[in-house]
Design a protein around this ligand. Structure first.
Ligand SMILES: Cc1cc2nc3c(=O)[nH]c(=O)nc-3n(C[C@H](O)[C@H](O)[C@H](O)COP(=O)(O)OP(=O)(O)OC[C@H]3O[C@@H](n4cnc5c(N)ncnc54)[C@H](O)[C@@H]3O)c2cc1C
Length: 397
């Protein structure tokens, strides 16, 4: 056996990996995080960037998830005001949309209740005379317009800020550094990784597999062989269009299939997403399809007639990420979004894998993981509480 010894080694520098590094370092553990490419290079820079409870998860009765995410939203608004901010969201309800005014009103009331009437809980309906101020939103067949608040971030910058916080508590980052293999032993794990064209080895009491869509790929590198957790990878794409909407985020219903599509203005452009397509390749190869660009452009053009025929020509870039959802029948829209944690064994786990989850709930997930591992780790002195640690932008961009 050789190399450095750590209490926790984390594989994957997305929001979950950096969150676990921060929570473990805050609890006093020694931590090394391995990231094969760059922080947030995977899903954590391809999300819709919403720090939200997920109004639409109320339709599938995922009340626990919504409540937890709203609690986390309140914490992030407090500890990361430079990275997470509340914005107005507009929901137009048309004669032909599937969700009527009563349903939307009920959903927003429940959302406020689950958020314990905290920041951003208030919602309203816009008077008819205000409809013309909505960036050219079509008004034929419009029955009602709701306004509520939710939060947005820059997912890549948030991930970097969480890692910077972990490092300030003593966590180490190896990057680019790819986990090649891990051998489970009686009291932990021997981890082999490649950094600077050299193969290195270290020891961990626990290896946390935070590979996101690569989680089963990482699991396949562990000996003795571990059973894969059956997941579907569901591709979600966004387009960035060269157009600014002035009135905040629009929460639209695709006229084709009733799915939620967000139109999210940023500083100089607008992010539109997302799609849901079953993905069967290797996560390294995910890329947006032309039909996803066309689908998202058609939703914008349907609701903003002045842009008809123009959105395709305004697409600056497109990006695709992968949701990790439990395998099973049914449309991705209806599948549970709870995070699944799996260990190699119940008593004294040496390996813990994270499947699925939300950007919004990363801190709560990380704290759950550290709480679950703590009885099997050496006693350490807590250094900080992640619900109170300020998160500051770690870079300029
Ligand atoms: C289209 C889409 C929209 C979403 N929108 C939202 C939203 O608005 N709000 C929200 O709360 N959630 C959202 N989510 C969910 C959220 O983005 C994800 O849950 C989260 O980003 C997953 O982070 P992760 O750290 O698990 O995975 P990733 O961010 O994918 O990180 C995994 C990392 O592991 C690294 N890696 C892989 N193999 C190795 C190896 N062998 N060695 C070392 N490193 C390795 C990869 O390079 C990668 O950086 C969205 C998801 C998708 C797909």
């Amino acid at each position: 056996m050789s190399g450095e010894r750590y209490d926790v080694v984390v594989a994957g520098g997305g929001i979950h990996g950096t969150g676990v590094a921060q929570a473990a370092a805050a609890a006093g553990y020694s931590v090394l995080l391995l990231e094969k490419s760059d922080l947030a290079a995977g899903t954590s820079s391809k999300s819709s960037k919403l720090i939200h409870g997920g109004l639409r998860y109320l339709e599938t009765f995922q009340f626990g998830l919504v409540a937890e995410c709203l609690r986390e939203r309140a914490i992030l608004l407090r500890v990361a005001p430079q990275l997470v901010r509340l914005l107005p969201f507009t929901i137009p309800v048309f004669e032909r949309t599937r969700r009527g005014p009563m349903l939307v009103r009920t959903g927003l009331s429940l959302y406020a209740l689950l958020g314990r009437f905290g920041p951003g809980a208030a919602f309203s309906t816009l008077a008819r005379r205000e409809w013309d101020s909505l960036d050219g939103l079509r008004t034929d067949g419009l029955r009602a317009v709701f306004r509520y608040s939710d939060a947005q971030t820059d997912d890549r910058r948030l991930t970097r800020a969480v890692m910077a916080s972990a490092q300030s508590l003593g966590a180490q980052l190896a990057m680019p550094a790819e986990l090649l293999a891990a051998q489970l032993c009686d009291d932990g794990c021997e981890v082999h990784y490649r950094q600077d064209d050299r193969e290195k080895t270290c020891r961990a009491r626990v290896l946390v597999n935070a590979g996101g869509p690569w989680a089963n790929d990482i699991l396949g590198r562990v000996l003795p062989r571990q059973e894969e957790f059956p997941v579907s990878l569901v591709q979600g794409s966004h387009i960035v269009i060269d157009h600014r909407f002035e009135q905040g985020i629009y929460y639209l219903e695709s006229p084709r299939d009733g799915r939620a599509v967000f139109v999210m203005p940023r500083e100089n452009d607008t992010l539109v997403g997302t799609t849901e397509i079953r993905f069967r390749g290797h996560p390294d190869t995910v890329t947006p399809y032309p039909r996803e660009r066309a689908y998202l452009a058609s939703v914008v053009e349907h609701y903003f007639p002045a842009l008809r025929g123009a959105v395709a020509g305004k697409i600056r870039e497109a990006m695709a990420g992968l949701r990790v959802l439990p395998e099973g029948k049914g449309h991705a829209f209806h599948k549970p979004r709870e995070t699944v944690l799996r260990t190699d064994r119940k008593a004294s786990p040496r390996l813990l894998s994270i499947y699925g989850g939300k950007l919004t709930a990363y801190r709560a997930t990380a704290e759950k993981i550290v709480g679950r591992l703590a009885p099997h780790l050496p006693a350490r002195t807590r250094m900080a509480d992640t619900s109170r640690l300020p998160l500051e932008p770690a870079d300029d961009g």
